[in-house]
Design a protein. Structure first.
Length: 276
């Protein structure tokens, strides 16, 4: 046993070192692909292949850099982040509560299955005209619709997570004298967390997409409203600059959630070694 432990202790640093060497290699392909696509964008616009409404990528970057020094840019960015964060919080809270309830209560699942499947494919943007008539183009409108977009992934992920809990594991805990709280904390919650973490990341992306879309269509202040204003006034470099900002924001938020998930679930088989 001592020999096995010593071997494992010696192999752990080597495995960590290999993971550290593979990390830059994993980043090389997506970075190179992105750089190649942006270079083609620049080349095609300079050659006149693309329509004049599509500016060169360097012009978009110049506009983006200049916008970083303007207070209006940061105000719009803050408004979009607020719409995303509030919608994500409300949508994930409501979705996880209902998903756990449906997963734990078969009768509730039978009662709500048809209505939920009927409402699930309806995009959140469809509700925009009604909300604008009732509430106007306000921040609350974007938050409500962003929460609708975040609601569905969280609902079904938590439902699947509850259904995936092994009944034999719960029964084993009961046989060994674990209290209800101990079974919840040590058996049910660890089984549910990976599903919930995935639901949060999917909900985050959808909440951001819906928030920017509502700002764009409904005129709610934020990045989407800036994009619409630039498009209407023919400032195409500004329009694509806002698109770039939205993409970078989504990438940053997803990266933060992935790192948080890797740290919280470092015990799970899918994340072992990710956070080290």
């Amino acid at each position: 046993m001592k020999a096995v432990a010593a071997t494992a202790a010696r192999s752990a640093p080597r495995a960590a070192s290999r993971r550290g060497r593979r990390a830059p290699a994993r980043l090389l392909i997506p970075v190179a692909t992105t750089a190649g696509l942006l270079a083609l964008w620049e080349l095609f616009t300079r050659a006149g292949v693309l329509p004049p409404e599509v500016p060169p990528f360097t012009d978009v970057v110049d506009f983006f850099v200049s916008a970083l020094g303007e207070a209006a840019f940061w105000r719009s960015l803050g408004q979009t982040i607020w719409h995303w964060a509030a919608g994500l919080l409300i949508g994930t809270a409501a979705g996880s509560a209902l998903g756990v309830a449906i997963g734990a209560l078969p009768l509730l699942q039978r009662l709500l299955n048809t209505p939920l499947e009927l409402l699930r494919p309806i995009p959140a943007v469809v509700y925009l005209p009604l909300l604008i008539l009732v509430m106007g183009s306000r921040a609350q409108t974007a938050i409500i619709l962003a929460s609708v977009g975040a609601f569905w992934p969280m609902l079904f992920q938590t439902y699947y997570g509850v259904r995936a809990i092994d009944p034999q594991a719960i029964e084993t805990g009961r046989v060994f004298g674990l209290t209800r709280r101990q079974r919840l904390w040590n058996i049910m919650l660890p089984s549910l967390l990976p599903y919930a973490a995935t639901g949060v990341r999917i909900s985050s992306s959808l909440a951001l997409i819906v928030a920017v879309s509502i700002e764009l269509i409904g005129g709610v202040p934020g990045l989407g409203a800036d994009m619409a204003a630039y498009a209407q006034n023919g400032v195409y470099a500004g329009m694509y600059s806002v698109l770039l900002t939205s993409g970078l924001l989504g990438l940053a938020l997803n990266g933060v959630l992935e790192r948080t998930e890797a740290r919280l679930l470092r015990w799970h088989v899918s994340h072992r070694g990710v956070s080290t």
